[in-house]
Write a protein that binds this ligand. Structure first.
Ligand code: WTA
Length: 649
């Protein structure tokens, strides 16, 4: 990759002496990690988790890239997240403050959470779920979502959470891939004041295929009318409501799978990223403690992510509870019923640590700083972002308007695959540079390399890689070891290829430049180019489609689709705007509303090389309103002109 200059944004933010004095992290963490090697992680595993049986081997890397961490140790994730805090005398501490979109709320102490997860585990066992079974969770962001995840972990069942915004088709393919025995869902949820339904999508998903499913457990949430299939569907309030609060957590091996979470890849088929227990929990708890400077006795932590994404797994369902935090979970959107909703929640619960996305920040920036100005945000002390790069303007707004100029901001880079934060500032230690995630976590070996896998000099960009295995790394792609090896470990030999471009600045700090593969990042959500293209060509009016991620002010990237009409659609001569709208809706139905292209542009041709490969780079130029780049490798060099002309009409 070409060499380029250091970013212009050189303003830095040093931690205040007061923050540093009380911080969990100190610079010595880096030195310790360096000196101790994998034993650093063994120490964290023993300090941060409670093991049934201690491990004797830290890392088995004898069969790369298949890692085994703490292999002969045993533990239970739910016990670590819940029971042990009750046993330690903290049963009265609030674990979860649930805030519903309509304004209903309920708080669960650790003692109450223990009762709830035990009841849910008993109910699931009553429905035939045993250790190793897969359970699909298709739920809104309500306490029962976290309770269901923990209940699975308690039994040793493997949860597969499917984001509630995904379509029936997307749910079906994930249920089928994992051969789930049970689906946990809700009647529906509330979204911008309106009921948003889930159960009908489950019914549709199970109407054909997905024959592994024996039961559907249904939480009553929005009280809308739903159909219940006799013998298959069971109400949560019946099954869980009547279950016993006594349940013994299963003793799990450190390498027993904890969950599978599907993420978009560079082909149309989503990948089931598989995580196991001991290493995942260790790195999650470690990063949560030091990156957010967590003080479990006094902090109120709020991560705004949905449990449908990895952030909601690692930094809602697991790490905060393993660390004994008090956390807020919120069901709804930031603008319902009004645009001050987030700040009202911060004020109501006295949130001290807030972890959110750059897209959310940019959206609120657009709404104006008067809105947060109406609320008391003085409880906040640490702010974090994840999912996409944060532009310096949004960073400084977040710092000044929300953090009152006093809160450190951590820009955390990681992935579904990495399981936990890999690159981030440490508050109280790192001098922050807005826009850069900066430094690898202690114990993590990050590098930026060129095409040949050689480290790039400072001031240059290349590919982001991880040089050594880490505790919370994915173990494989569910049912597809070959794809795991091919996707992550074949590009640069023995290094993990993250799929992101990155740059090292003159100080050696890392700036993430975005995906270098066919994955787009829209509002921090990963979307696959080929997946959206195949959804488009499944529409009868589409002959061919090409999709690009174009830079977007608010959402980071936006999906722009270029389609060629089928002969049939051409013959019908329908209104193009209407057709484009129909195609957008079709993608929404096939995949999810979040995958809907922002624009569908109907064009006469697509730019292809002589070997028939679509040159998306040229389409991206059009989508981003730039002069079109080099067309010399196109089979027909007039195509781009035809496209530009057709769009000008
Ligand atoms: C991107 C989300 C820049 C990146 C936890 C990565 C980021 C993908 C950052 C993973 C960040 C995540 N700065 N880019 N701080 N964090 N990304 O699997 O492209 O949903 O590869 O995990 O998001 O997305 P995923």
């Amino acid at each position: 990759m070409a060499s380029d200059t250091t970013p212009a944004e050189t303003q830095t933010f040093a931690p205040s002496p007061e923050f540093t004095a009380q911080a969990n992290a100190g610079a010595e963490l880096y030195d310790q990690a360096e000196a101790e090697g994998v034993d650093f992680w063994a120490r964290q595993a023993r300090e941060l988790l409670t093991w049934n049986k201690d491990f004797t081997e830290v890392l088995d890397w004898s069969n790369p890239p298949f890692a085994k961490w703490f292999q002969d140790g045993t533990l239970n994730a739910c016990y670590n997240a819940v029971d042990r805090h009750v046993e330690a005398g903290n049963g009265d501490r609030v674990a979860i403050h649930f805030e519903g979109e309509p304004g209903d709320s309920r708080s669960y102490t650790y003692a109450q959470l223990k009762d709830e997860v035990s009841k849910a585990a008993n109910a699931m066992e009553g429905l035939g779920v045993v250790k190793g079974d897969r359970v699909a969770l298709y739920l809104p962001m309500i306490a029962e979502a976290v309770i269901s995840m923990l209940a699975c972990a308690r039994i040793g069942a493997i949860h597969s959470v499917v984001f509630g915004g995904f379509s029936a088709d997307a749910l079906r393919s994930r249920v089928e891939d994992g051969q789930a025995k049970l689906v946990v869902t809700a009647d529906g949820s509330f979204r911008r004041g309106k009921p948003s339904m889930l159960k009908p999508a489950v019914d549709e998903a199970l109407s054909e295929g997905a024959s592994s499913v024996e039961h559907v457990l249904v939480v009553r949430r929005n009280e809308a009318e739903v159909e219940m299939t006799e013998g298959r569907d069971v109400w949560w309030h019946d099954a869980v409501g009547s279950a016993s609060t006594e349940h013994t957590p299963a003793e799990q091996g450190a390498e027993d799978p904890l969950f599978v979470l599907y993420t978009s890849g560079t082909t149309g088929k989503p990948k089931g990223i598989m995580h196991t227990t001991g290493g995942y929990l260790t790195q999650g708890a470690f990063t949560h403690k030091y990156v957010f400077d967590l003080k479990p006795e006094t902090d109120v932590y709020w991560c705004t992510a949905d449990v449908g994404w990895v952030t909601g797994h690692s930094y809602v369902a697991y790490a905060p509870l393993v660390n004994g935090s008090t956390q807020v979970i919120y069901e709804g959107t930031p603008d319902s019923p009004h645009r001050g909703r987030f700040w009202e929640i911060v004020q109501k619960y006295g949130v001290t640590i807030m972890y959110t996305s750059p897209t959310a920040i940019r959206t609120m920036m657009k709404w104006g700083e008067e809105i947060p100005g109406e609320y008391d945000l003085s409880s906040l002390r640490v702010l974090g972002t994840v999912g996409e790069a944060i532009n310096p303007e949004a960073w400084t707004w977040f710092h000044r308007v929300i953090g009152g100029g006093r809160c450190p901001i951590v820009d955390t880079w990681w992935q579904t695959e990495t399981g936990a934060i890999m690159i981030s500032q440490l508050p109280g230690v790192t001098v922050a540079k807005p826009g850069s995630a900066q430094v690898p976590m202690p114990g993590i070996k990050v590098d930026v390399v060129d095409d040949n896998g050689q480290p790039v000099p400072n001031g240059t960009s290349g590919f982001l890689v991880l040089r050594e295995p880490w505790p919370s790394m994915l173990r494989t792609i569910w049912g597809d070891d070959d794809r795991y090896v091919d996707t992550y470990w074949s590009r640069f030999g023995d290094m993990y290829f993250a799929g992101d471009g990155a740059k090292r600045d003159e100080d050696g700090d890392v700036w993430i430049l975005g995906r270098v593969d066919d994955v787009m990042n829209v509002s921090g959500h990963r979307l696959s180019t080929p997946e959206i293209e195949s959804a488009l060509v499944s529409h009868p009016s589409v002959a061919e489609a090409a999709v690009v991620g174009a830079t977007d002010e608010t959402t980071g990237q936006a999906v722009i689709a270029f389609v060629i009409l089928s002969d049939q659609a051409d013959a019908e001569g329908r209104d193009k705007a209407e057709l484009a709208e129909e195609m957008r809706a079709h993608v929404g139905k096939e995949i999810s509303p979040i995958a809907k292209p922002k624009k569908v542009l109907i064009v006469p041709e697509l730019p292809k090389t002589r070997s028939g490969k679509i040159m998306r780079r040229l389409l991206k130029d059009v989508a981003e309103d730039r002069e079109v780049g080099d067309v010399s490798t196109l089979a027909d060099q007039t195509v781009m002109q035809q496209i530009v002309d057709s769009l000008a009409k």
